[in-house]
Each structure stands twice: as structure tokens, then as C-alpha cells.
Design a protein around this ligand. Sequence first.
Ligand code: GRF
Length: 233
Amino acid sequence: MSGAGAGAAPDGASPAEEAAAPGEQPVFRIAVLASGSGSNLQALIDEVHGRAAAGAPVIQIVLVISDVPGARALRRAADAGIPTATIPSADYPDRTQHDLAIVAALRQAAPDLVVLAGYMRVVTPPLLEAFPYRVINLHPALLPCFPGAHAIPDAVAYGVKVTGVTVHFVDTGVDTGPVIAQEAVIVQEGDTVDTLATRIHAVEHRLLPQVVGLIAAGNVHPPLPGTRVVQVD
Ligand code: GRF
């Protein structure tokens, strides 16, 4: 995989800046994959869609894809005027064919970044190879603790006193890719899965838009070959 940044070309200009015609405001294009309620998609719509930090490109969510027909995330996107696609896994013989259909839809939308926001499937190499170091995921625990689909109940059951949120580059493992950002959440005495989840989701809704803004501004640099340390300016 390339050592060039998700948001940074080797000369420091973001791909969005390089693509913009002279005098045109550069646009940083995001595609979001979501399977469920889409509250993190909503945070992106509310906090970054159509916005730009000083000197950074305008961020546009150009496509929302769900593998779940009728997912609330699709309604949130439609309400915001964002194009949607439903690509159910049941329509394809295996995970790779399903991901190839997703790649075809993504290529049409030409995203600079693909955000997995509550996308409950493991992605396969064809998707990652199509967008090297341009696919990020949000996870409701401090990885490498509690990977998988039950991170919050797992943390409560284990009895940890601190858990949190991770945003990371996606690789072919389950929640194993290089960490971009993490924020801790203290487990309080008497916390249930629901009370802890409420505080974790509040952190997610802040951290994910923040990381997307940093990537759009070219401030996140994937690991050098042979390492897994992500540099964030
Ligand atoms: C979030 O907790 C995210 O970390 C996990 O799935 C949940 C999705 O929530 N991967 P939502 O669909 O964004 O509301």
C-alpha cells in the first residue's frame, strides 16, 4: 500500500486541492457505509457536510451505502439530500462479490475517503485495494481491547474501569487496523450497557467528525511501511 496520506499527497496538497480547477473551492468527497441507525452519519451530516475548516477543502458526503434495506441511516441521508444506494449482501454469492458491487458504486462517486460508520460487515481486500488508506472505521472501545460487534457489553462484563472510542484505518482484520485517534470514557460505578453506551456514543459523535476534518485538511499520515504508527499533525 502507498505511504501517501489519506488526506495528504506527497507535496502536502490534499487530493481535493490537487483536483480543483484554479479559483475553484476544493471539495473533499466522502462516502459513508452504514448498516443501522446512522447516528454517526448524522453527526457527519451536522458537523462536517458542506463545511470547511480555514484553508481546508469543503467536505461533501457524496454517497451513503447500506447493506440493510430500510436502514435508518438511508433515511437520514435522503433527508439531507445525499444520494443513497442499498446493496444487500444476500444479493451476492459471497463477501468478495458483495464488496465488488460496493466498489463499483463507490468508484462512480469518486470519494477521497470512505467512512465505515456502524457498518457491521468485515470488508474484503478488493475494497481496501480500491481505496488504500482511504477507508476508516469507528469502534466503541479502546482497541486492541474489545474488538468485534459487542464491544460495549464486553467491556461492562469484563469490568474495565476505562473504555472509550477508536477511529482507525481499516485493514482485512476485525478492528485491527492502525489507530488514528482514541478517546477514553470512564466506566462509572453502577454503569449498565445502556448508560455506558450513551456516553460512548456522545464521544463518537464528536471524535468521528473531528478525525474526518483532520483527514480532509491533510493532517493524517498513514504509517510508514513496516510500522503501524499513524502521524496526526
Ligand atoms: C457505533 O457505536 C459504532 O462505533 C459501531 O456501531 C455503532 C453505530 O451506531 N461500529 P450508529 O449506526 O452510527 O448510530
